[in-house]
Design a protein around this ligand. Sequence first.
Ligand code: PCA
Length: 323
Amino acid sequence: MQVKSILAALALMLAATPVMAQTKWDLPAGYPATNFHSKNLQLFADDVKKLSNGKLEITVHPNASLFKVPEIKRAVQTGQVQAGELLMSNVENEMAIFGIDTVPFLATSYDDAMKLYKASKPIIEKKLQAQGMTLLYVVPWPAQGLYANKELKTLDDMKGLKFRSYNPTTARIAELVGAQPVTIQAAELAQALATNTVNSFITSPSTGRDSKVWESLKYYYDVQAWLPKDMVFVNNDALGKLDAASKKALLEAAAIAEKRGWDMSKAEADDAKAALVKGGMTVQPPGPELAAGFKKLGETLSAEWLKKAGADGEAAVKAYKAM
Ligand code: PCA
């Protein structure tokens, strides 16, 4: 064979065999690239690439750069993106069971948060499947505390505060204590603090640190109200298009990310609290009156949630309590 025809044959072969068909996915996420959830997501994407021998490549878009947190579920559901990360309780109004982890004081330690996750996971997976999506992995935020620009001794002291909410429960708390609810995404929190749009909120020490909260607020009360979780999930059409090896790689990487994420969250809880102290904040447990006020608030919110969540909620709480 002549050199020319060998080359021609080679070119044909190369054109006919997709040597390594590569699939590229986008994954929008809501929190800064330096946040532990985002770091874990990037490690997850790295693992997927490695385990699939480069066949599946996921680009993580942190800090709400592609979609805002409340838009992420819809973006995945409608196939605008293949996968996403979302604070589960963000969609509580649509599916009450997704708010089980922000029922105050139901699960306030990592062990209990894991039990609550296990107890509610089958229902959550079923709800996602019914909408054409598959759950990949779930990681909690550290326990939530109360930030304010002034000393708070009782719930009454919260009246009139400009209270930032990130989900239905936090908005409802603002309402119940007579504060002014303002919905602000984590990505915009630093800006909202700088412009005095908000002067109080409930979130983790992590998000406080991400927003350099000490530049505006001085008080942190370690209420440990709940551990909300982020979920990473995928559109079933995109999942169905993967070859078996890539799908296996994805699920393997997800299992690794879930385990790593819970460990990162535990380490983060103390680390971020120390950062608040270093920033000059007063970090303390709530005083007895404030704690009692929150307990009562928690009872009201639990009753309201149970009513909303119906049989699914009742079954999950029952399973959790039996663990
Ligand atoms: N940080 C996120 C959700 C819960 C948390 O700890 C936020 O404040 O938006």
